[in-house]
Ligand binder design. Structure first.
Ligand code: ZN
Length: 344
């Protein structure tokens, strides 16, 4: 779990994935892959030789915030990067990753008016992110500017902890679980008559951008995205909204965003299901009404690339901290590894 903890605690707001990329580069090299970084910032690890090209993709970026303005009292306002519910931002501890300053990472608290000072009508209206600010403990603008700059990326407080047995919580599980899976798959890849590419993609959360570029340059015969998906096993989620449960296996996506995202290629779906069944790997079927993965752009690249998605169910997606089951991650790794063999 040490490697996963390191990945989760690293900062990687969309477009600022350096920390995560560095870990992937190091691990892919240790796994004896040929490693390169393209112009948009994707890290591409390659193993094997052969006619077939198989591309795996997991995005390195996470949702977060970015410094927009510093006022004369030294408070920081921000924009959201990726789809975050405003209600989970307030009163969080955040880390402003200000690499151009000696301080490096600056701690801030997302401030709000305390309940004692609120008016009755304030309670009814949910606070919007535009009305929040980050308190970095600076006494004025001049002092704040010594610590942070406009454009600095901001992550939620790094966290990672085993809760009960195989249940684990942490920051940025979306999609460091996928990054971890890529590393493990490449480490244990047997000799195959194919070229296998594992891509840590950039800027998925803001428009699947890195995957688009990588799919073009690699031009694979098949592709599988590894990501997280929304579990439905917490209070107030109807089983018709999500029936996925933690610990019941990774999910095989049928389609995303009611068909606006990937529509999994029938051959890839068939191979995934057959591989899971043959190897006794538990799995769940996922039909998503909202949300997309890198596969949504890869499958429309070039002349069309047969693609699928294997996801790890998680709770509280796009919040400061999520929960997942360790066995689902292990089984996702197993399923993708075995499927690569079937696709060769
Ligand atoms: Zn994701």
């Amino acid at each position: 779990m040490e490697l996963l903890e390191k990945l989760c605690k690293a900062g990687g707001v969309s477009g600022f994935e350096e920390e995560v990329r560095d870990i992937l580069i190091e691990e892919f090299k240790k796994a004896k892959c040929e490693v390169s970084v393209d112009k948009i910032g994707n890290v591409i690890a390659k193993k094997g030789r052969g006619k077939r090209r198989i591309m795996l993709a997991a995005h390195m970026d996470e949702v977060g915030l970015l410094v927009k303005h510093i006022n004369k009292e030294g408070y920081v306002s921000f924009v959201k990067i990726g789809g975050i519910d405003d209600r989970v931002i307030v009163n969080q501890v955040v880390k402003i990753r200000s690499k151009y300053h000696l301080k490096g990472i600056v701690t801030g608290v997302v401030g709000m008016k305390p309940p004692h000072l609120q008016k009755k009508k304030d309670e009814k209206e949910p606070l919007k992110y535009e009305d929040m600010f980050i308190d970095i403990g600076a006494k004025n603008k001049k002092e704040a500017e010594k610590l942070v700059s406009i454009g600095d990326p901001i992550t939620f407080m790094p966290s990672f902890e085993v809760m009960n047995k195989d249940m684990v919580c942490g920051k940025a599980l979306d999609n460091r679980l996928g990054c971890y899976a890529l590393i493990k798959i490449m480490q244990n890849l047997p000799k195959l008559d194919a070229e296998v590419y594992a891509v840590g993609t950039t800027q998925e959360e803001v428009g699947l951008k890195g995957a688009r570029v990588a799919a073009y340059s690699i031009n694979p015969d098949y592709s599988i995205a590894i990501d997280i998906t929304m579990a439905g096993d917490t209070p107030h989620i109807k089983e018709t909204e999500s029936n996925l449960k933690l610990g019941k296996g990774p999910s095989i996506t049928i389609l995303e965003a009611s068909g606006r995202g990937v529509v999994t290629h029938p051959e890839v779906k068939e191979v995934l299901v057959r591989t899971a069944t043959k190897n006794n790997i538990p799995y769940q079927m996922d039909v998503l009404e909202g949300g997309m993965t890198d596969a949504a752009i890869i499958y429309m690249s070039r002349e069309g690339i047969p693609s699928g998605v294997v996801s790890i169910p998680m709770r509280y997606t796009h919040g400061p901290v999520g929960v997942f089951h360790r066995r689902d991650l292990e089984n996702a790794i197993k399923l993708v590894s075995k499927t690569i063999k079937s696709l060769c």
